[in-house]
Design a binder for this molecule. Structure first.
Ligand SMILES: NC(=O)c1ccc[n+]([C@@H]2O[C@H](COP(=O)([O-])OP(=O)(O)OC[C@H]3O[C@@H](n4cnc5c(N)ncnc54)[C@H](OP(=O)(O)O)[C@@H]3O)[C@@H](O)[C@H]2O)c1
Length: 251
């Protein structure tokens, strides 16, 4: 039987510091058999869109103490959330031609042994790429974090850090449709401009350019933190603002 090639991105080595292209390599390997073996409950997918998320950097470090997600292994394909088309299926919930989203490989074809981790795309009329963003993990994270944890009320003042990112931009928009006043921070003027002109934030600032973060944070009275890996200065300032009773801080 003719074999099918499979371009894939592998991690070359554990990363220290800022990741570079050189830490990864595109290789061409043989694809898994495109038909699942009889009796198997696996699926084979063709990957259509693959998300690149900040938490992947964390997985590129070797951790002595295991984390909530496993470290990547040098020489192996990177994995993350993506949108896929089912090529063949041994699982009752999926059939050939279905569109699904979930964890997959940074490669053209992936054999998924445990397809119960995948979610079927029931609205393929939406742009499929939305299932790496607002319809997938960033959307779920934003929705649950904002509505289930922060429990906002109409009229609340909301602050979002890393506001132009995958999660932050959705939180900001959810806050707006809830009737909140929304302030966002981001690390460049271009991102700040996007927040004000495209994502509908009421106000936004470039935290790298603000000499007095305390003053700028006092523009908002309820603070929601998009927990992220950007320096600790903003969250620390928010916690100290919350100590003086004039501010609430919901994490
Ligand atoms: N995406 C998801 O589905 C998801 C799910 C669960 C949890 N989370 C968590 O939510 C937070 C935001 O995630 P996201 O996916 O929306 O990320 P993101 O905002 O798209 O990207 C991270 C942002 O952090 C800022 N940043 C500050 N210091 C940085 C540094 N040293 N290196 C890289 N970026 C730096 C940058 O924005 P500025 O230039 O504006 O500073 C960068 O764009 C992260 O802590 C993530 O782990 C995300």
């Amino acid at each position: 039987m003719a074999t099918v090639s499979n371009r894939r991105v592998i991690l070359k080595r554990y990363v220290t510091g800022f990741p570079s292209e050189d830490d990864m390599e595109v290789v061409t390997a043989e694809a898994p058999p495109l038909a699942v073996p009889t009796g198997s409950s696996a699926v084979v997918v063709k990957n259509l869109y693959i998300s690149c998320d900040p938490y992947m950097r964390h997985r590129m470090t070797r951790h002595e103490v295991p984390n909530y997600v496993p470290d990547y292994v040098p020489g192996e394909v990177l994995t993350n959330y993506g949108v896929m088309k089912v090529i063949s299926s041994g699982h009752a919930d999926f059939k050939t031609g279905d569109f699904v989203w979930g964890l997959t490989g940074w490669e053209e074809y992936t054999l998924i042994d445990h397809p119960e981790t995948l979610s079927k795309i029931n609205h393929p009329e939406l742009p499929l790429s939305y299932y790496t963003g607002v319809m997938a993990l960033p959307g779920l994270t934003s929705y649950a974090g904002f509505f289930e944890v922060c429990k906002p009320k109409k009229g609340d003042y909301v602050f979002v850090s890393a506001a132009s990112g995958a999660v932050g931009q959705i939180v900001g928009q959810l806050a707006k449709i809830t009737g909140c006043y929304v302030v966002g921070s981001a690390g460049s003027d271009e991102k700040v401009n996007l927040l004000k002109t495209k994502f509908g934030f009421d106000d936004a600032f470039n935290y790298k350019k603000e000499p007095d973060l305390d003053a700028v944070l006092k523009r908002s009275t309820l603070i929601i933190i998009n927990k992220n890996n950007l320096g600790k200065s903003l969250p620390q300032r928010m916690l100290s603002l919350s100590d003086n009773n004039s501010y609430q801080c919901r994490l």
